[in-house]
Write a protein that binds this ligand. Structure first.
Ligand code: ATP
Length: 262
């Protein structure tokens, strides 16, 4: 695991007779932006769900270098336990609390364990003023970094989609993650929002010793951002390589880009 933050080994999971992920292995370097691509139904989301242990894999191991530097197998661990070890994810459907302000949503991120109890955690937090002010300061620093400080006291409800995506990412950063998993971060964004997100993700990589694993259909986004890409189809590995290598890979072109139809 030298220089690796995540090592997925021989991962398999089936639903009924369908092998959604089939003996898949890949690893992610510390500080790397790593993309997982594949056609619809290829198994990408299932891989994410296995890494976060939302699904229990049938076979395989998932080694993770935690925020204390130890390497642990995540298989069998609870999802909230994994978050505490420095692995956080964002969702395709943004999961923010619309009735709270931007900064309050970020502050909640410091205490995310179960989505269902976010409200409870937030209000309990208010009792400990000192802790609250430390967390608020940190939340504001992160918002400042993302160019969102001016809207910190506005409600999340009504914010443009691109801003919501940034807020969700800012919330993930509150946990000082070693690895952030992004589920289709560019989906629904216009060109300038996408560009802004690309720059933010690059900054996170540069400044935080943090790795990023993302699923994305927008190939321009993936190619412009990722250090390496893993392409899968029918749950199986097709190829791992740099964006150039993946673009030039015939198997990938046939499976993912539909080149055989050209
Ligand atoms: N909980 C589940 N129960 C049954 N089948 C599932 C479940 N989750 C995923 N699958 C199946 O596993 C396969 C892989 O699905 P998955 O959602 O991981 O693909 P994907 O690559 O993320 O697709 P997309 O790009 O469309 O989001 C699909 O055939 C899907 O129908």
């Amino acid at each position: 695991m030298d220089n690796k933050v995540l090592k997925v080994e021989n991962l398999s999971i089936a639903f009924g007779g369908l092998k959604a992920v089939d003996n898949l292995s890949f690893d992610i370097d510390e500080g790397e932006i790593f993309g997982l691509i594949g056609p619809n139904g290829a198994g990408k989301t299932t891989v994410f769900n296995c890494i976060t242990q939302f699904y229990k894999p049938d076979e395989g191991d998932i080694y993770f270098r935690t925020n204390t530097g130890e390497v642990e197998n995540l298989v069998g661990k609870k999802t909230h336990e994994i978050i505490g070890k420095g692995l956080v994810r964002t969702f395709q459907n943004i999961e923010l609390i619309r009735e709270l302000t931007v900064v309050e949503n970020i502050m909640v991120g410091a205490h995310v364990e179960f989505k269902a109890s976010l409200f409870n955690q937030f209000f309990r937090l208010k009792k400990t003023r000192q802790e609250e002010s430390r967390i608020r300061k940190r939340a504001e620093e992160i918002l400042d970094h993302m160019g969102l400080l001016s809207i910190k006291d506005m409600l999340v409800a009504g914010q443009p989609y691109g801003v919501l995506k940034k807020i969700e990412l800012a919330r993930a950063l509150m946990l000082d993650p070693k690895l952030i998993i992004l589920d289709e971060p560019a989906a629904g964004l216009n060109d300038s929002e996408t560009l802004s997100l690309v720059n933010i993700i690059k900054e996170i990589k540069m400044e935080r010793n943090c790795s990023i694993l993302l699923i994305e259909h927008d190939m321009k986004f993936v190619n412009g951002l990722c250090d390496r890409i893993c392409a899968i189809n029918f749950g199986k590995l097709l190829a791992i390589g740099t964006p150039e290598e993946i673009q030039g890979n015939e198997q990938v072109q046939i499976a993912y880009l539909g080149k055989e139809d050209d």
